[in-house]
Design a protein around this ligand. Structure first.
Ligand SMILES: Cc1cc2nc3c(=O)[nH]c(=O)nc-3n(C[C@H](O)[C@H](O)[C@H](O)COP(=O)(O)O)c2cc1C
Length: 230
């Protein structure tokens, strides 16, 4: 595929056809994705592909628990798990009620039927976390694993697959680590569902360039976007 078509149509896909994804296709996806950057080129990632029914079921159940917590924030009109204005994460606000039953989430309910379920783990000892001691939520460490996750999604799109990265499982990291036998220094970064989509997204909703690229100052003049860009 043309590069621009790939990046502009790799949107979240949560509904898949039943067709299996051949291992040879998956191998190509990961073979391209592995060229992702990571701090110090440490490449601390590990992918566990969930194939067995009990493992898939457990991942669905744990994802549902994460979804329930996420939905509680949404119900309280809050950005789920967002740090405060000072950039620090604190306890959930008192108006977030985790006992509220979550609305249905068809993607999670049908997760076991996703042709590919890939849990992305990362060895924390391999992360160069240059902002670890700042008095705010650390963000740099994730930069050594999420480019790899996005590369998986882009490479999948190039194979006519679709998929989505989810982080619901991070809410139940201890159980996921036990389930998958992840060694102690590993963290759960994401779970990706992949498959041949019922529909590829055609047009993604994204902010235009002048909104987020400015000269000299945060409030500076925005870089002019391309007139033909939609
Ligand atoms: C760091 C990260 C975490 C995400 N976590 C979840 C998740 O837990 N569940 C989910 O359904 N989608 C998750 N997504 C997918 C986003 O919802 C999706 O990329 C975004 O809404 C854009 O959707 P679109 O490509 O359809 O426009 C996550 C995406 C990112 C980058």
């Amino acid at each position: 595929m043309d590069f621009s078509d790939v990046v502009r149509t790799t949107g979240a896909v949560r509904r898949f056809r039943a067709d299996p994804v051949p291992d040879a296709v998956l191998a190509r996806v990961f073979d391209n994705a592995r060229f992702a950057p990571s701090g110090g080129n440490r490449q601390g990632w590990h992918v566990v592909l969930a194939r067995s029914e009990p493992v898939r079921r457990a991942l669905r159940e744990l994802s549902f628990e994460g979804w329930t917590e996420y939905a509680a924030y949404v119900a309280a009109d809050r950005v789920p798990f967002a740090p405060d204005d000072d950039g620090r994460w604190r306890r959930p606000p008192s108006d977030v009620d985790f006992s509220t039953p979550a609305p249905r989430n068809r993607f999670v309910e049908e997760l076991e039927r996703a042709p590919v379920i890939a849990v992305l783990a990362v060895d924390l000892r391999q992360l160069a976390v240059t902002d670890a001691d700042l008095p705010r939520q650390s963000i740099v460490g994730g930069g050594s694993v999420y480019p790899f996750a996005q590369n998986i999604l882009l490479s999948a799109r190039n194979e006519d697959l679709g998929g989505v990265m989810t982080t619901f499982l991070c809410r139940r990291e201890a159980q996921v680590k036990e389930l998958l036998g992840l060694p102690r220094p590993y963290a759960v970064a994401a779970m990706l569902a992949l498959g041949y989509p019922e529909h590829h997204p055609r047009r993604l909703t994204r902010r235009p360039v002048p909104d987020f690229v400015t000269f000299d100052h945060f409030e500076g003049e925005g870089l002019a976007g391309l007139p033909e860009s939609r």
